[in-house]
Design a protein around this ligand. Structure first.
Ligand code: ACO
Length: 331
């Protein structure tokens, strides 16, 4: 079976750290509530540097660790929901920063499932294009740009960060991917983009939909619905990608889930009858960084020796869309 090999991984987080006690100074909350309801202790917050900068720094670290020459990278996929520009894509800017010329550069917006989608896209390109030697997948997010710091129910959850991997095709390995979406759940987790205002607008044309009306561009979620979706989807996605390989979740050495909330991961572990130790967690340090959370955890799992060469690793994402996905590969 054709799989994919991680040649190098890298991460970058901004210097500013906001602890739970820092949040208690700006909204009516406390360390005890945040810790018991989410597991989060702190998050890194950008200090005006753009999202592409975080991504470029993580990408440079991943390329350096891989030993690959930047000019041999033929594909750059960047996942984000917090791009600095509507256009150009963040992948083109990161390509510029790496000094890579001529590679494909693709942006992917699948919210917190973004890295899992991007990883699978890269694998499929590597598998089918013999001229492509290496692919770079970067996830870069600044949720601080779309966080309402007056809303205690959401602001304590999110942080900023970026992480990246350099991949090559690997013959005789294991690989499976289970990806999907449920657009009927779009209304439960969103951040509004631009309104259309032109000199030609009138009040006659109206399209009504069931999306909640928002007067800002900050993240809104129906926390309980998202919680239910996450606790159902995380184990399901993991089981489905195992089924494709004829194995069970118990055969996986390490599961690296989207780091949204420790309680979601504890519930998923229970539903899969697995010990919590089988899941890699670092949300205490970074909070929820949307698509960057899975590769940030992957980087830390590599750096701390929580995963070793030859291990079966399962990455699982779930988030706005509603999107979900899992991949299993051999590290
Ligand atoms: N500090 C203190 N109290 C708070 C806080 C806070 N930060 N936030 C909410 N509360 C209060 C509420 O006002 C409420 O008070 P009330 O009972 O007097 O009305 C009480 O705590 C309980 O609120 P709930 O919303 O019911 O709390 P819950 O236990 O459901 O936890 C949470 C909320 C953590 C948001 C949970 O619903 C959750 O984790 N949901 C999933 C979030 C998620 O994973 N999102 C991922 C996607 S993000 C993305 O894609 C970018």
């Amino acid at each position: 079976m054709v799989g994919v090999k991680i040649l190098g991984a890298g991460k970058f987080v901004p210097d500013i750290i906001a602890t739970n006690d820092d949040f208690a100074k700006i909204v009516d909350t406390n360390d005890e509530w945040i810790t018991t309801r989410t597991g989060i202790k702190k998050r890194h917050i950008a200090n005006g540097e753009p999202t592409w900068y975080l991504g470029a720094m993580a990408a440079k670290a991943a390329v350096k660790n891989s030993g690959v020459e930047p000019e041999d990278i033929g594909l750059i996929i960047v996942t984000t929901i917090t791009n600095d520009y509507s256009t150009p894509s963040i992948s083109c800017i990161i390509q510029r920063e790496l000094g890579v010329k001529g590679s494909m550069a693709i942006d992917v917006n699948c919210a917190c499932s973004g890295f899992v989608y991007g990883f699978d896209m890269a694998k499929r390109y590597l598998q089918t294009d013999d001229n492509l030697k290496y692919a770079l997948v970067v996830s870069a997010e600044e949720l601080s740009k779309i966080t309402d710091y007056t809303d205690r129910s959401t602001c304590v959850l999110f942080g900023d960060g970026a992480a990246a991997v350099v991949l090559e095709k690997c013959e005789n390995s294991i690989y499976s991917a289970y990806l999907g979406a449920d657009g009927t759940g779009a209304k439960f987790l969103l951040a509004k983009s631009y309104d259309s205002h032109t000199p030609f607008s009138n009040d006659e044309v109206k399209v009504e939909d069931d999306m909640p009306k928002r007067d800002n561009n900050c993240l809104y979620q129906d926390g309980r619905v998202v919680y239910k979706f996450a606790t159902k989807t995380l184990p399901l996605a993991c089981e489905k990608s195992c089924e494709m390989l004829g194995i069970t979740p118990n055969d996986i050495d390490c599961i690296i889930p989207h780091q949204a909330n420790k309680r979601i991961i504890e519930t998923a572990a229970k539903n899969l009858s697995l010990p919590l130790e089988r899941f890699f967690l670092n949300l205490e340090e970074y909070g929820n960084t949307s698509s960057a959370s899975v590769p940030l955890a992957l980087c830390d799992a590599i750096d701390t020796g929580a995963i070793k060469r030859g291990d079966k690793v399962c990455l699982v994402g779930f988030g706005a869309g509603l999107t979900y996905g899992s991949v299993i590969f051999e590290y």
